[in-house]
Design a protein around this ligand. Sequence first.
Ligand code: FAD
Ligand code: NAP
Ligand code: SF4
Length: 697
Amino acid sequence: MNTVPYPHLLEPLDLGFTTLKNRVLMGSMHTGLEDGRKHFAQMAAFYAERARGGVGLIVTGGFAPNIEGWAKPFAGTLATSGAARRHRQVTAAVHAAGGKIALQVLHTGRYGYQPLCVAPSRIKSPISPFTPRALSARGIERQIRAFVRCARLAREAGYDGVEVMGSEGYFINQFLVTHTNQRNDDWGGSYAKRMRLPVEIVRRVREAVGPDFIVVYRLSLIDLIPDGSSWPEVLELARAVVAAGATLLNTGIGWHEARIPTIATSVPRAAFTWVTRKLRDALRAEGINTPVITSNRLNMPEVAEAVLARGDADMVSLARPFLADAEFVNKAAQGRRDEINTCIACNQACLDHTFANRLCSCLVNPRACHETELTISKSAVPKRIAVVGAGPAGLAAATTLAERGHEVHLFDAAAGIGGQFNMARRVPGKEEFAETLRYFARRVELTGVHLHLDARVDAAALQAGAFDEVVLATGVSPRDPKIPGQEHPQVLSYIDVLLRRKPVGRKVAVVGAGGIGFDIAEYLATGTDLGHASPSTDLPAWLREWGVADPATQRGGVVRAQPEPAAREVLLLQRKPGRPGTTLGKTTGWIHRAALKMKNVQTLSGVNYERIGAVAGAADESGRLGLFVTFGEERKDGQVLAVDSIVLCAGQEPLRELRSPLQAAGVKVHLIGGALEAGELDAKRAIEQGTRLAALL
Ligand code: FAD
Ligand code: NAP
Ligand code: SF4
């Protein structure tokens, strides 16, 4: 009987000149630690922690081979021996921890958010304000030499290999398709000429680094742009880069300018491994056995194991899951799957930070990229501490405090832990949030937190408990928008809808278009309450919904989207003028807006909510509820919105009535999460505050 928990995942991979200890690659992520000189010690600690956690091969965030390749001004660059010396800190730390690490060479081409960017043709990208300079033939030669120099310096710096970034619409990818390459010299025109660049780069990199150095080539398998590569072109390139010396073929899914989500939480798990399977099968049929790596939305060991077991790939690439949990592989290997802190693919502390020029971290693990500064050590003076509220903030605080050796009592008025996450996880596309609750439930057990459920506590009970400190993580209460007539039984709060499951009619007005208003609109339009399945848990439905096709039948893999019809009519309203949804996450807001558009959700901005109910002219003949609105400061253009239900999502207020009586009684009180500040609250802030406070008490 096989006793290895995930036999395919944990099987070593022999590359001939070196062996990877398992089939898990930590995929490249831009963390912000790459940029500038000051972060090398932090970067070393970050990667060493992941190496200790058992990952087979780490790929760093992207380093530009020259300034033309910068993602932004002064982005991390490896172009000199001096820079290579600084990298030695990173490679030495990873090797001392028993790991292997490759450096990603990233030239962003026309995606560069900087004025020096270059490309095959002078065609601006939709995601950068800078128009690239079209390269001359000599300019292309200089870029190739920069790639080669970067790979040679990576070897000098002690790296075990390099990854040549050839996908996601970056520089190399831009040569491959006519959409961005309109040259008619030796580097454009026929596909043979368009693919010359990557083949030259890989061939000359291999020549420069010798045979015993890993060269990963990241190949775009499905561009997800209308005139992307055809499948025969993808195969031709794969054969050519293997012949040129690539050790491993990694999978790239979608250009950054594609309008199809590829990694967000609403993308089903393992949504694109079937594309890697097509490549692997085709190569194997031709006798090419180069290991193929698959990626995107692989966030738990059983998902990755199933992908490998069915032969979709030889290796899996997980990136964000290593921000969430450095020990992912060790935990899987030791049968501790339920202890994994799962990446919920929210992008809130990783990609959204990167796009805002902030150091990356992780919503569920605030220590990510802060390993040297946010340390959790045993307390010299163990205390007796009460934490009130088992939402994300309270859970993070209680488990961290207990880990430090304190006696922790965690109280929640509800029958289970999780606070608002119990609502979030019911929203279609947010099913992953349940993993965070599973993780914290296990952490509560393992750290020995004394959990008291169905326990609404008051100031007197807390005083009687003789605690040294009290942490209030009592969260929020919904804001009362005070609309005349809102006491009507068909006027519901988001809590009524998501937790109490009160029935909602066929035509609904949602008051408030913040994060929760959007989620409620998606929940109701999808018909989750009516038993309609979430496309995020049904891959064929999701592919149809977003118009993803087999790249062998359609260039680029894009066809017309065919979403399921909406389960009901939804109107989403806000008082502010302008387009709703501008405060949603930078990298995910567009997905929410597109999802609502697909369900024909109508939006109205600049609304004043005048009154609700059967006031004159406010109820139509069908007996529906009337929401009487006007527009703008002049309160003009009054109209009645006839609906069956109204759902209030008008924001939240902090819930902290315990603070004053406790402080008056001389108890040491700390506030975190929504209890401290409800404005712009999210789980990222709640968990970070809980963890940081607990690290200090
Ligand atoms: P809460 O989660 O509100 O927890 C407070 C807890 O305190 C509750 O369990 C409550 O029962 C308990 N409590 C209160 N008073 C007492 C008392 N006297 N005694 C005992 N217990 C008490 N955030 C994101 O970052 N990303 C998202 O995508 C996201 N989606 C969301 C979707 C929905 C539908 C909702 C409702 C929220 C979403 N959020 C999201 C917000 C996120 O859930 C909150 O920011 C987070 O839960 C706040 O954490 P908290 O611990 O401060 O408070
Ligand atoms: P929110 O994002 O602050 O939105 C509240 C909405 O209510 C806004 O549209 C606001 O805009 C409206 N509003 C405010 N006061 C009102 C009043 N008196 N009467 C009528 N409308 C009023 O808050 P939320 O939607 O409750 O979400 C709570 C938190 O959870 C958010 O801060 C968010 O970060 C987090 N969350 C995040 C996500 C995510 O995907 N990241 C998803 C869900 C929730 P107008 O004033 O213009 O109408
Ligand atoms: Fe995953 Fe969200 Fe953490 Fe990013 S912030 S690693 S998406 S859980």
